[in-house]
Design a protein around this ligand. Sequence first.
Ligand SMILES: NC(=O)c1ccc[n+]([C@@H]2O[C@H](COP(=O)([O-])OP(=O)(O)OC[C@H]3O[C@@H](n4cnc5c(N)ncnc54)[C@H](O)[C@@H]3O)[C@@H](O)[C@H]2O)c1
Length: 309
Amino acid sequence: MHNGNMNCISTRVSSAWRWMIAAECSEEHAIGGQIMGSNPSTKSGGNALIDLSSHVAIVTGGARGIGAAVARLFAEQGATVVIADMLESEGQDLAAQLGPKVSFRRHDVADEPAWEKLVAETVNLYGRIDALVNCAGILITDAILSFDRAQFDRVLRVNLVGTFLGIKHAARVMVKAKRGSIVNFSSSEGLQGSNSMAAYASSKWGVRGLTKVAAQELGASGVRCNSIHPGPVNTAMLNPTGRPAAELTTLSLFDYMPMRRAAEPLEIAQSCLYLVSDASSFVTGAEVAIDGGLTLGMRLRNRPGGPEA
Ligand SMILES: NC(=O)c1ccc[n+]([C@@H]2O[C@H](COP(=O)([O-])OP(=O)(O)OC[C@H]3O[C@@H](n4cnc5c(N)ncnc54)[C@H](O)[C@@H]3O)[C@@H](O)[C@H]2O)c1
């Protein structure tokens, strides 16, 4: 069962820092709707609150969607970023856009030798790994009664085993350095279970548990590990045809959410920025729900704040 108190605490922590960061950023970065764009004053480590200029970060799934927003935000705070993804042309284009401190590696998170190579190359090139963001993920939906076994395995291999392999290999470097921060992408489906999500929810609950085990095992070595649990986010995963964000609010999903909209990727990336930075130096094993209130509980019709009948 999901621990409601933990979720509540995590959400409060998340909100507090997000507003602090918003105060440091431009209107373009303001939380709550019209996100994206970039503020010249936050580029090249210009944010006084969080400076990643000495950080080296690997971001899986960084070629598009939330991972791309993470890579962009880290780069804006001065980090050296390695984008690791299967999507070669998107990844190369993004790395070129973000400047010389950002590079792209074609990488399958489910491939263990590929992880050994990626970690070794990163250490050879940059001498360290301060942060790993395990953002790569896939979503395949079906009823349990008809779910294809190979498809079920595939979701677990990418979302769960891929995250495990990333932790295993990057944390070896971090433990030696006695510092590091790992952020794992779970989901609101790692806090609850929705119909058709057998494989995805299983993988994301797995990521949530794995995060806590990693936090336990690595904490004494100065390595932190936390999970992020987004609700719906306006990326290709939720919105493959690229409908305007306003149209998405017609999805029945939003009836159950106090905020009744999808997040933009930057709203999730900001949590990553906090979790990899020293601003979260005492946070480990936490589950940070960034879900517009999706997992708070039932929304009663015709009661204060509830949907109309
Ligand atoms: N979009 C949402 O509504 C939502 C909600 C909750 C959680 N999430 C999670 O957030 C993360 C990012 O999702 P997104 O919305 O940006 O999706 P997305 O589909 O836009 O991006 C996922 C990225 O992962 C990459 N990827 C997939 N398999 C890979 C593999 N084997 N090796 C390396 N890279 C691989 C893809 O190429 C893609 O670039 C995922 O873990 C997802 O489960 C998304």
